[in-house]
Write a protein that binds this ligand. Structure first.
Ligand SMILES: Nc1ncnc2c1ncn2[C@@H]1O[C@H](COP(=O)(O)OP(=O)(O)O)[C@@H](O)[C@H]1O
Ligand SMILES: [Mg+2]
Length: 304
């Protein structure tokens, strides 16, 4: 009222009242005088109950949608990790075996007369590094199957790619594929969630390896590159020399539950695309000449 008397107008604002039964009544209240400092005008009080309920419904379905997305992404991560278990077990086993060798060496240096303390110190140092290596592998696995909301930060995409290649090295070796990388030095950082982006890389690498199962050994090539494109975005591409896509329509592979594999989930690429788009980028597929598939994505670089 005071504002309206002064200026002839009161900014409409939302308010809540209680009904007699204690329930809330959301309203919007506005007031305008016919002239400033005059005593006549119009006021309105609009019941917002229906609009608020509609808004709440939208929020609820959006929340549910995000929840389902997170659950599917998690299921996909767990499924992918399951495929990697054998090679990861190998990766953890190596440093553990090395740690045992170093512990035995320490015992031998202690058992001779007089004990070689300096040597013991050295092998214990190596043993700590071995144990840390094993712990790192397990830490990486935990980060990758965690079910947590994304955490944004500056991501060095080349380092992220190198780590995923390490992660899948056992699988790459087992598949007999030759890996070639072309990672431009000094690429600008990306603003995003490193684990999610690595999840995308992991999916693309696993798809490429699975696709190449069908071609004869010696012709299995995996090519991963990262560079800055003309638009100033980071462009990451994963190419293989497999049979290419089953259908002419490459968009089809991004549909949820589309799979040509007997035990496929068909969620990988659809999740990859939603992750990349949530980072402001694009993900698409194309056919390789003379054969094979390329799946690539762009990501806008971080601005300060
Ligand atoms: N590198 C590739 N080469 C050929 N086909 C591919 C490749 N990547 C994906 N596809 C096709 O896209 C489908 C969907 O992939 P994805 O969403 O990762 O699910 P899944 O791997 O569980 O089948 C695959 O089943 C396959 O037919
Ligand atoms: Mg897949």
């Amino acid at each position: 009222m005071a504002q309206a008397v002064r200026t002839g107008y009161a900014q409409p604002h939302e308010k809540e009242y209680f009904r007699k039964d204690g329930s809330r009544l959301p309203v919007i209240v506005g007031l305008a005088m016919f002239e400033a400092s005059s005593k006549e005008g119009v006021a309105f009080v609009l019941d917002l109950t229906e609009r608020k309920q509609a808004e709440e419904k939208i929020r609820e379905s959006e929340r549910r949608y995000r929840e389902v997305q997170t659950e599917l992404a998690h299921a996909n991560r767990v499924a992918t990790m399951g495929q990697l278990v054998a090679s990861i077990a190998h990766e953890v086993n190596q440093p553990i075996a090395a740690a045992i060798l170093n512990a035995n060496a320490a015992l031998r240096w202690l058992n001779i007369q007089p004990p070689e303390i300096e040597e013991v110190r050295k092998v214990l140092g190596s043993l700590i590094m071995d144990a840390n290596r094993a712990a790192d592998v397990l830490g990486r696995i935990r980060r990758h199957i965690r079910k947590a909301p994304p955490q944004k930060g500056a991501v060095d995409i080349s380092a992220a790619i190198r780590e995923m290649i390490e992660f899948t090295r056992g699988q790459i070796m087992k598949s007999g594929a030759l890996i070639r990388t072309q990672l431009k030095d000094g690429l600008p950082f990306i603003e995003g969630d490193r684990v999610e982006l690595q999840q995308v890389l992991l999916n693309l690498i696993m798809n490429a390896l699975e696709a190449m199962n069908g071609v004869s050994e010696g012709e299995r090539q995996l090519h991963i590159s990262a560079l800055l494109n003309d638009a100033g975005c980071v462009l990451v591409s994963v190419s293989d020399s497999g049979p290419g896509f089953a259908s002419e329509n490459t968009e089809q592979i991004f549909a949820s539950f589309y799979t040509t594999k007997p035990t496929g989930l068909g969620m990988g690429l659809s999740i990859c695309r939603s992750i990349i788009e949530a980072h402001g980028g694009h993900l698409w597929a194309s056919v390789n000449r003379p054969r094979g598939a390329t799946v690539q994505f762009t990501l806008p670089v971080e601005h300060h």
